[in-house]
Design a protein around this ligand. Structure first.
Ligand code: HEM
Length: 156
């Protein structure tokens, strides 16, 4: 089945990406991780997204899943579920470049009653050929918007 034409600006995401990342926050000890992202076409005008991460010793770390929608060729909406008790509704502009795109997403966050408090998040995705870089910042646990994660992934 051909990819829905509305997804053309993010078609370069399709498939699996793997690489390394690093995390920090003022309240925690810095850490590193391995990350795998998969973007799957399900024959509808959205992609299914799954992220999994592992510690350097191979233990499972954060994971999340959701859907990527493109609105009018220039805006991305990412609807996410996190096992730590948050849901994120992230949206923002998509800028197509020579060999990919850049995308800046700002999210409204809902927290379950047992979750650590996350008030807002910002995600940056840069696709450049076979390299995908990510940046993630959050306003959480009383700290204003501050970087938590960066990663650089290659197409598998
Ligand atoms: C690559 C994905 C991620 C990894 C590997 C990761 C890893 C970690 C680690 C190792 C910690 C410190 C230990 C702990 O408190 O459990 C932590 C803390 C935290 N992370 Fe993440 N995280 C990721 C994504 C996220 C996302 C997407 C959010 C929010 C939407 C988030 C929110 C938090 C919060 C709120 C804390 C607690 C800070 C505190 O208690 O002071 N993390 N993360």
């Amino acid at each position: 089945m051909p990819l829905h034409p509305g997804l053309a600006p993010v078609a370069g995401l399709l498939g699996t990406w793997r690489g390394d990342g690093a995390g920090e926050y003022p309240t925690i000890t810095p850490f590193t991780y391995t990350e795998e992202l998969t973007f799957t076409d399900v024959g509808k005008p959205f992609l299914h997204y799954v992220q999994r991460t592992w510690s350097p010793a191979g233990a499972p770390m954060h994971t999340e899943t959701g859907y990527v929608r493109v609105v009018g060729g220039a805006t991305v909406e990412l609807v996410l579920a996190l096992p730590t008790g948050q849901t994120e509704l992230a949206e923002g502009p998509l800028t197509v470049t020579d060999d990919g795109f850049t995308c800046a997403l700002a999210a409204r966050v809902m927290n379950s009653s047992s979750a650590k408090q996350v008030d807002a998040t910002e995600r940056h995705l840069t696709l450049d050929g076979d390299t995908l870089t990510t940046r993630f910042a959050m306003a959480a646990v009383g700290v204003p918007m501050t970087g938590h994660l960066t990663s650089e992934l290659r197409r598998v």
